[in-house]
Design a binder for this molecule. Structure first.
Ligand code: PGA
Length: 258
């Protein structure tokens, strides 16, 4: 049986200019080959103004490299200053869209409700939502992460109650993003089980795939490989800082398969 390709999701945030994105994309053939060799997909998520740069660069590399957006408006088009119309993502053949990232929640007013609205609209347009959930440091310290995740998922479970298709849920603890810290592997597994229990109960018609994000790097690879070994439900990794440089990114991909 063919196994589904593992996903490496490069979240470039606002870290690259258009010129830098263009430069990175010169290496697309090499990246495509590497992804093909390991049976993985690389989802490249640049900031909004560089989406078309990545789209144009990927025209001949559609087997293993895909375009992802970092967010979208809660409407196909509409009066939402600063947001990307979902129909533009359709025009750009965008395959994935990250929603509910903790930075969007913190700086752009993303809420659990807007995430739920966006997820349903994206699915209707054939774009796979990558929904980020996770607790803040204080919730981790007080052992209330499960409560936070249940709250984050509640509107989503309602909006997707009658939908079919595939949705990606990334467990991304806020306190692990960009800090070099990752939770204990058993803890991540516990959160995966928690997410699965909620989604199985409320959105059982959907296929839910689980991702981990937060300080994925060369130094966290050894621990994360344990997660890979013990959690077959892990479908991919969301990578911020360590995805910016080609060398770091390729090193991570290679280490994943050691
Ligand atoms: P990081 O970011 O890998 O730099 O921690 C991950 C993310 O924010 O998606």
């Amino acid at each position: 049986m063919l196994t589904a390709p593992f996903l490496f999701i490069a979240n470039w945030k606002a870290q690259k200019t258009i010129a830098q994105v263009h430069e990175f994309m010169q290496h697309r053939a090499r990246l495509n080959e590497l992804m093909h060799e390991v049976n993985a997909h690389l989802i490249i998520c640049p900031s909004a103004e560089a989406l078309s740069t990545v789209h144009d660069a990927l025209t001949q590399y559609k087997n293993n490299l895909f375009l992802g957006a970092q967010g979208c408006a809660p409407a196909l088009t509409g009066a939402f200053t600063g947001q990307v119309p979902i129909l533009s993502l359709v025009e750009l053949n965008c395959s994935y869209c990250i929603i509910g990232h903790s930075e969007e929640r913190e700086y752009a007013g993303e809420t659990d409700t807007s995430v739920a609205v966006k997820a349903a609209l994206l699915l209707d347009q054939g774009i796979k939502p990558i929904i980020c959930v996770g607790e803040i440091q204080e919730e981790y310290d007080t052992d209330t992460a499960k409560d936070r995740i249940a709250i984050q998922l509640a509107p989503l479970c309602e909006s997707l109650a009658h939908k079919t298709g595939t949705c990606y849920i990334a467990y991304e603890p806020h306190w692990a993003i960009g800090t070099g810290k990752i939770p204990p592997i058993a803890y991540i597994q516990e959160m995966f089980t928690h997410i699965q229990q909620i989604t199985n109960r409320h959105i059982s018609k959907m296929t839910i795939k689980l991702l981990y994000g937060g300080s994925v790097s060369e130094s966290s690879m050894r621990d994360l490989r344990l997660l890979k070994k013990n959690s077959p439900e892990l479908t991919g990794l969301l990578i911020g800082n360590a995805s910016l440089e080609l060398q770091n990114l390729t090193k991570i991909v290679k280490l994943w398969y050691v």
